[in-house]
Design a protein around this ligand. Structure first.
Ligand code: ADP
Ligand code: ZN
Ligand code: ZN
Length: 742
């Protein structure tokens, strides 16, 4: 039957969850019940099996010379994606050069990425008791001969805003509809609108503080952008009250009937932020993050798509949430690396947020104390408006940074006398102390003093970190493999082996020896693995139950710890000589963010930074010019070297089980690159960490000063790369605007 491809029959363009470069063509299902529409999910045959598909377009005749297969059946009666979401899917596919199946399906909550019918895609019908019904339900002998009606009526009467159909079915079984119909006929029950989504902890609005003049000016400037596309960089020093500005602006959007989408790098680290939005806006807030259960995620997603929830706060993937009444998008801590997805569809949520704001015609606010060089550059060029909050509303400005030159000083497990004295002083004054060290575990290196052997991972080009707990073990932080520590050097049999360097666990131990009376806690991935411990630690720190908090970059994430008076950076030298061109930028952001935790409330703060390179120009500009001066110096360097944001990059990564394979593939890929005078090729070269998880890795960088040139080049080049005979034998991927080159 299908052999003819009837010329006037619609052809469906369907994406499937497979890494295929383009949508597939199908004929509509034979049942002919309903003309399929773009945005609908559909079951299709694929090879010998069947799978979920999403219709992304239709056309009247296929370009396909072969007869087409027929789709099996529509999965839901209505589209799950609207035209704007489909447009977003198309853009993600093209801009990130990613398989359309994965790009479009990323727009759906995980529960809808299977070929099962969506429960409650359309708002579920709601039912409630009428006034007569409620009165009757109170009678002890109501409906004596209809126990099922009585039971159902009691359930409805107990919930005045209404009960969803599926809830009734869950309790009364499939026959509930017949029972319900009888109640409706007797005017004891009636259908009603679904209640707006509430969360149990919803509370009334709490009053706002009086804004500072700078905050007021920022709110007014931003308010003038409502109703149209306008990106704004809100650069405010740490603790300057950026969140207050978001809140005031959000209130105005809500009052005008709009929805507000707020992106944060990580919700677990800033639980108080969610609470602040709930309390201050007095409305339900959808929370979308990795900890949100799948069912709840789907309900919020549907509520957002239907306009039934007005405030959505979420991490990276929340940027893809559909909005029925878009009003405002906010990206908090816009510089944070967590916004970049590092596998699969490698999107940057900040960039997607700006694209969506343009599509939806709404303003987007990018907030940070330490903006990314990309955003600063856009602000300088006038593409983004630039607002500043230079002061804190609290009595003390952000503390000045002070370097501690540790070169000639005696160190106690990495801690210098000036830092130890400062800790002592702040403890005596009942201040809280925050210490930052970006190494977890006990010791980053285990080394033989006799021959220089160091413990390395068998599967990665990386050293093993010594962890101590109930037992000692060596752990690879790149592939998570564990090894028993050797008792003697495997190379020369010497004993004992030296522990080099200081992880957070070792510093915690040292601090406990130095300050036995202090209450010390550690904040890193190891100490917060158990559910609930992170929240407990953060609460304890805020309430002053911890005197010294030592931690990794988890400390740098926008926390409002009012009692911190001293912040210390144990080792600033890490970022000074990093392999990546962004290493300096990241180091500056971390230092300023950690420092910004100090002196936020009643007492002034102090910040000490230990370094072996006190005269390093990067540290010197950070000290002299603060983050703005530091960023300006980095931008000048990037411009001279023609790195982003003065050029655009795409990284082709490959990995394979044999050493030369990945490099050979990239060499072949470089040979099929169409010539483009305004683009350069850098590489291919082995990756900075060549072996990882037992695989050999290589990379090839394409660079152009013009985004469109790079994009056009990728569109012409990648089909040729896919067609290479070796393309199926290595794992390879494209990363557009990569955040790191490791
Ligand atoms: P940021 O997001 O810029 O780091 P926050 O918005 O968290 O800063 O504000 C830092 C602290 O200052 C918070 O405790 C907040 O409640 C307080 N705050 C902000 N604005 C004001 C204001 N206008 N008056 C008094 N306190 C304020
Ligand atoms: Zn040895
Ligand atoms: Zn490893």
């Amino acid at each position: 039957m299908d052999k003819l491809n009837p010329p006037d029959e619609t052809v469906l363009q369907v994406v499937v969850p497979r890494p295929l470069p383009a949508p597939l063509d199908y004929l509509p299902p034979a049942d002919g019940l309903q003309p399929p529409a773009p945005g609908q999910r559909i079951r299709v045959p694929l090879g010998r099996s069947r799978c979920l598909g999403l219709i992304v377009g239709t056309r009247t005749r296929s370009a396909h010379p072969q007869p087409l297969k027929r789709a099996l059946a529509l999965i839901d009666p209505e589209p799950v994606l609207d035209a704007r979401q489909l447009e977003l899917g198309r853009w993600l596919t093209r801009y990130y050069h990613h398989a359309p199946g994965e790009a479009y399906l990323a727009l759906l909550p995980p529960t809808l990425r299977h070929d099962r019918e969506a429960t409650g895609t359309a708002p579920a019908p709601y039912w409630r008791a009428t006034a007569t019904g409620r009165a009757l339900a109170e009678q002890p002998d109501a409906l004596p001969r209809a126990p099922r009606q009585r039971e159902l009526l009691h359930q409805l009467a107990a919930s005045p805003p209404g009960v969803a159909g599926p809830m009734l079915r869950a309790r009364h079984g499939g026959g509930y509809l017949a029972v319900l119909r009888r109640l409706v006929a007797a005017e004891l029950a009636e259908p009603c609108a679904p209640p707006t989504v509430h969360t149990p902890e919803m509370s009334r609005e709490t009053p706002a503080p009086t804004l500072t003049d700078e905050q007021t000016a920022a709110v007014e400037a931003l308010q003038a952008t409502l109703g149209r596309f306008q990106p704004t960089l809100l650069e405010g020093v740490t603790g300057s009250g950026k969140t207050e500005v978001y809140l005031q602006l959000a209130r105005r959007v809500l009052a005008a009937g709009g929805q507000v989408l707020i992106l944060v790098p990580e919700i677990a680290l800033t639980p108080q932020l969610l609470e602040r939005f709930r309390q201050r806006l007095g409305v339900a807030v959808a929370a979308l993050h990795s900890g949100t259960p799948a069912g709840e995620r789907q309900r919020w997603w549907q509520a957002a798509a239907a306009g039934r929830v007005a405030v959505i706060v979420g991490t990276r993937s929340a940027v893809l949430t559909p909005l029925a009444r878009p009003g405002l998008i906010i990206v908090d801590e816009e510089h944070d690396g967590a916004y970049k997805q590092q596998d699969g569809l490698r999107y940057h949520a900040r960039d997607v947020a700006v694209w969506r704001a343009r599509q939806l015609g709404v303003p987007v606010v990018l907030g940070s104390a330490t903006p990314s060089l990309e955003s600063l550059h856009n602000a300088t060029r006038g593409r983004y408006a630039h607002l500043h909050l230079t002061a804190r509303p609290t009595p003390h400005p952000p503390p000045a940074l002070r370097l501690v030159d540790v070169r000639a000083l005696p160190l106690t497990d990495g801690l210098s006398p000036p830092l130890l004295q400062a800790i002592d002083r702040h403890l005596a004054a009942a201040g809280q102390i925050l210490l930052f060290q970006n190494r977890r575990g006990y010791a980053p290196i285990l080394r033989c003093h006799a021959c220089g052997w160091t413990a390395g991972c068998e599967h990665c080009d990386a050293r093993l970190t010594l962890h101590r707990g109930t037992s000692e073990r060596l752990i690879c932080h790149h592939c998570t493999r564990r090894y028993a520590p050797p008792t003697a050097c495997p190379a020369c049999a010497a004993t004992p082996l030296d522990m080099i360097g200081f992880g957070t666990a070792r510093l915690e131990e040292t601090l406990a020896d130095c300050f036995p009376q202090a209450r010390i806690a550690r904040l890193d991935r190891d100490s917060t693995r158990r559910a609930g411990t992170l929240a407990q630690l953060l609460t304890a720190a805020r309430q002053g139950e911890i005197d010294i908090l030592i931690g990794t970059q988890m400390l740098a994430k926008g926390h409002d710890f009012p009692r911190v008076t001293l912040a210390g950076v144990i080792d600033a030298d890490h970022g000074l000589f990093g392999a990546d061109f962004r290493a300096g930028e990241r180091m500056g952001q971390l230092i300023v963010q950690v420092a910004g935790r100090a002196g936020r409330a009643a007492s002034a703060g102090e910040v000490l930074i230990q370094t072996h390179h006190p005269t390093h120009p990067l540290l010197q500009t950070l000290l002299a010019g603060g983050y703005p001066g530091f960023a300006a110096a980095l931008l000048a360097e990037r411009e001279a070297a023609c790195w982003p944001p003065f050029s655009h990059l795409a990284l082709l990564r490959a990995e394979a089980s044999r050493p030369a394979q990945a490099l050979a593939f990239l060499t072949a890929a470089a040979e099929v690159l169409p010539s483009a005078p305004t683009a350069q090729l850098l590489g291919p070269v082995p990756a900075p960490m060549e072996r990882r998880q037992g695989r050999y890795r290589a990379q090839l960088l394409v660079q152009s000063t013009r985004r469109e040139v790079l994009q056009r080049l990728l569109h012409r080049w990648l089909p040729g790369v896919r067609a290479l005979p070796t393309a199926g034998r290595v794992r390879w991927s494209v990363d557009v605007e990569p955040q790191d080159l490791l």
